[in-house]
Design a binder for this molecule. Structure first.
Ligand SMILES: *Cc1c(COP(=O)(O)O)cnc(C)c1O
Length: 395
């Protein structure tokens, strides 16, 4: 029997707020509670940190601070970017959008909504390695293309897309390019200018800032309708009294993530690869997504003959928080659209496991997962009629 341990390994779903971030935020709930729009000193005291956070986010992206607009998170930023550009470009008769099959639902469902309004959508193929091909983007661009939206790193299989190459193609054809970089920010070096990104979405809670805060980068010169009409906040484009403490937290978190990226990535890559190597010893297992073009902390494997849901329950019982498919779809029995997009058959896509590490995980966590995972998989297979069929029957 193993010594039970608690391992939070679902950082692609959300991360805990770090102590450093929380400490930076707290005074903005108590001491400096003023409305940043007010002219007296408690208000001014809340305005300055807001602008500092904007500079911190801009710096992390290689943007100018007046190109950063705070939102309530990644979903809102994606909606604003995609619907905003689509509606603006439709005025010029451009009603074609290019995206990929394995985007986050905050992108896919937004694009679906536009389709109902009469937009035409091309869904690019994601190949077996979990990557889109830049040449496919180029081939899909038409006279009436309004926007290309391709995620920077996938939230389930962690694959990192060839964003600079896609950016260069969009620039060459003068088509606007948006990327959902929620999973990439702080983990992958990003430079919106060098990579020709016109719009970029990010979220705080995936990088140790709180839930409910994020940002959209809008390149100077890109025409965007207001998201929320009202006061003059966010230069009149997204009205509403700012989430000052959350924004302060985002600024600190993104700075911390970027400053420690190199050292952390080395450590997490080592842990990830050891976990992949260990879990690959389980028979009839397979890694989903490219082995190297993936986020340092992302592990995603399928184990034939078992259901992801039962695997998660068993892991939870052993103290391990992980996921199968994405958090937004679990609870439904449909296999992940991401795994189907990379060509896995339904029955295999059902048995997937995603483990995602952050800087708070350790080598001991990897040891522990490798200690319990093979036994859990065998236990579930012993009870699975599907497994029986796989080893004795057709396969
Ligand atoms: C989590 C996530 C989102 C949604 O961000 P929220 O801040 O939770 O709205 C969007 N895209 C990707 C890739 C994500 O991982």
């Amino acid at each position: 029997m193993f010594m039970k341990r608690f391992v939070y390994a679902d950082n692609a779903a959300t991360t805990p707020v770090s102590k450093k971030v929380l400490d930076a935020m707290l005074p903005y709930y108590t001491e400096y509670y003023g409305n940043p729009s007010s002219l007296y000193s408690v208000g001014r005291d809340a305005k300055k940190p807001l602008e500092l956070a904007r500079e911190q986010v801009a710096k992390a992206l290689g943007a100018f601070s007046n190109e950063v607009f705070f939102t309530s998170g990644g979903s809102e930023a994606n909606n604003w970017a995609i619907k905003g550009v689509a509606h603006e470009m439709a005025k010029k008769g451009k009603k074609h959008i290019i995206t990929s099959k394995f985007e986050h639902h905050a992108v896919l469902h937004t694009v679906e909504a536009l389709k109902k309004e009469g937009f035409d959508v091309t869904y690019l193929e994601v190949y077996h390695n979990g990557l889109v091909k830049p040449e496919d983007v180029e081939a899909a661009i038409r006279e009436d293309t309004a926007l290309v939206t391709i995620m920077y790193a996938n939230n389930e299989i962690g694959t990192i897309q060839p964003i600079p190459e896609i950016g260069a193609i969009c620039k060459k054809h003068q088509v606007l390019f948006h990327t959902d970089a929620v999973q990439a920010v702080g983990n992958v070096p990003i430079d919106v200018k060098a990579q020709n990104i016109d719009l970029l979405s990010l979220s705080g809670h995936k990088l140790h800032a709180p839930k409910g805060v994020g940002a959209l980068y809008i390149r100077r010169g890109v025409r965007m309708p207001n998201l929320i009409d009202g006061g003059a906040q966010e230069r009149g484009r997204r009205a509403g009294t700012e989430n000052v403490a959350g924004i302060v937290g985002l600024g600190v978190a993104i700075t911390e993530a970027c400053d420690t990226m190199e050292e952390r990535n080395q450590r997490l890559t080592k842990m990830r690869d050891r976990l992949i190597e260990g879990a690959s010893k389980i028979e009839r297992s397979r890694l989903n997504g490219d082995k190297t073009h993936r986020l340092p902390g992302n592990f995603n494997m399928c184990f034939e003959g078992i259901e992801g849901e039962s695997l998660l329950l068993k892991l939870d019982f052993a103290g391990i928080c992980a996921s199968s498919g994405s958090a937004c779809t679990s609870g439904s029995l449909d296999p992940s659209h991401v795994l189907l997009a990379i060509g896995l058959p339904h029955e295999i896509a059902h048995g997937s496991l995603r483990i995602s590490f952050s800087d708070q995980n350790t080598e001991e966590d990897v040891d522990y997962i490798l200690e319990v995972l093979p036994d859990i998989v065998s236990y579930l297979r012993d009870m699975s009629p599907l497994w029986d069929e796989i080893i004795h029957g057709k396969a």
